[in-house]
Ligand binder design. Structure first.
Ligand code: NDP
Length: 323
């Protein structure tokens, strides 16, 4: 199917960055189309309590994203719950191809596709995914009531996952490959004070044991191999930007796949703007902007993604009016 009308702006991604941008774009009468992904909503849909989004002392991640969505819809944002598989940005109008065969033409694009969880990628882990191996304690913790589980990682996500799991499991191990965490001090303290959590430092996973379900882990701790009996394994080892569909588009990515914008180019070039753009959120392709976790590997918060989305929307509004 081909969309006959050329859109002024299409936002790719229906997480905090994309939806915040669409509120601003809609209120500027640009009638944005958000291709929100399937399922839509991004990482917030996999989170439980969010306690650091301003204005909400505590709100569930899925409820927060629903309120973003309702807010965007109130201002007549169009929402398409499809995945984008390819872009053609060689000339305007740009073409956006979805997994179900639509071709959408547009004068400008905001890339806000976010990021997703990383896996260890050992065969036994892949085989037992969904059978005791998970990357979301909020989604799957319930299945481990009164059981013993392990979390891998040493960042804030690992701390958060472990704490969430203590609501269900009897015992939670955190397996970390170093002898100190990189997580924030407050999260570390909550973990260290929780009697259900045991930390195994200098520990890596060699294999996930079990045929149909996770029955244990073969770990290497301080160079020694041993078995650890657990019934669940939760991965919390970082994220990968959702930018594979851009690999042949000409949009510049860094070595980890994050999208480069003029702002980063400027930092890297010691304040020289390599992209030659007055727009901080514009990529190397004129008219293609990017915001949120697909750009930002440092802060990765809902609030920072919203800020970037709004800034990008304001720039798109200016770009289109100048055009
Ligand atoms: P991080 O990149 O911060 O941490 C990833 C962790 O996984 C590190 O400890 C890393 O080890 C470990 N790791 C990476 N690869 C492997 C591997 N192959 N095998 C074993 N361990 C591995 O990611 P997070 O998802 O934790 O956090 C991302 C960002 O989001 C951070 O800025 C964080 O502060 C933020 N965040 C904030 C929250 C909050 O404020 N409520 C909640 C969750 C995240 P090593 O340390 O050795 O590199």
């Amino acid at each position: 199917m081909r969309y006959m009308k050329t859109e002024k702006v299409v936002v790719i991604g229906g997480g905090p960055a994309g939806l915040a941008a669409s509120i601003y774009l809609a209120r500027a009468y640009l009638n944005p189309l958000v291709v929100a992904g399937s399922p839509s909503g991004g990482q917030l849909t996999l989170t439980s309590d969010v306690e650091n989004y301003p204005g909400f002392e505590s709100i569930l991640g899925p409820d927060l994203i629903l309120s973003f969505k309702n807010h965007a819809m109130k201002f007549k944002t169009k929402l398409l719950e499809k995945n984008v598989i390819k872009l053609n940005v060689e000339k305007t109008p740009f073409s956006i191809y979805t997994s179900s065969g639509e071709v959408i033409k547009t004068e400008s694009i905001l890339l806000a596709t976010g990021a997703s969880a990383q896996w260890l990628n050992i065969p036994s882990e892949t085989r037992l995914r969904g059978k005791g191996v998970s990357a979301c304690a909020t989604c799957d913790g319930f299945f481990f009531r009164d059981k013993t589980v392990a979390v891998v990682g040493g960042g804030d996500t690992a701390m958060e996952e472990a704490l969430t799991l203590t609501k269900f499991a009897n015992k939670v191990y955190i397996l970390h490959r170093k002898d100190s965490f990189r997580a924030s001090a407050i999260m570390q303290r909550r973990v260290l004070e929780n009697k259900k959590i045991t930390i195994l430092w200098n520990t890596t996973i060699k294999e996930v044991l079990g045929e149909k379900n996770v029955e244990g882990l073969k770990i290497i701790q301080n160079g020694k191999e041993k078995d650890l009996k657990v019934e669940g394994l939760f991965l919390a080892i970082g994220h990968k930007p959702s930018t594979d569909f851009l690999s042949e588009s000409g949009v510049l990515l860094d070595e980890k796949g994050y999208i480069k914008t003029a702002l980063q180019a400027r930092w890297e070039q010691k304040n020289e703007n390599k992209f030659g753009s007055e727009f901080q959120y514009m990529t190397n392709i004129k008219g293609v902007f990017a915001a949120g976790d697909c750009v930002d590997y440092t802060y990765r918060q809902a609030a920072t993604a919203v800020g970037m989305g709004v800034s990008a929307a304001l720039e798109i509004e200016k770009y289109l009016s100048e055009k």
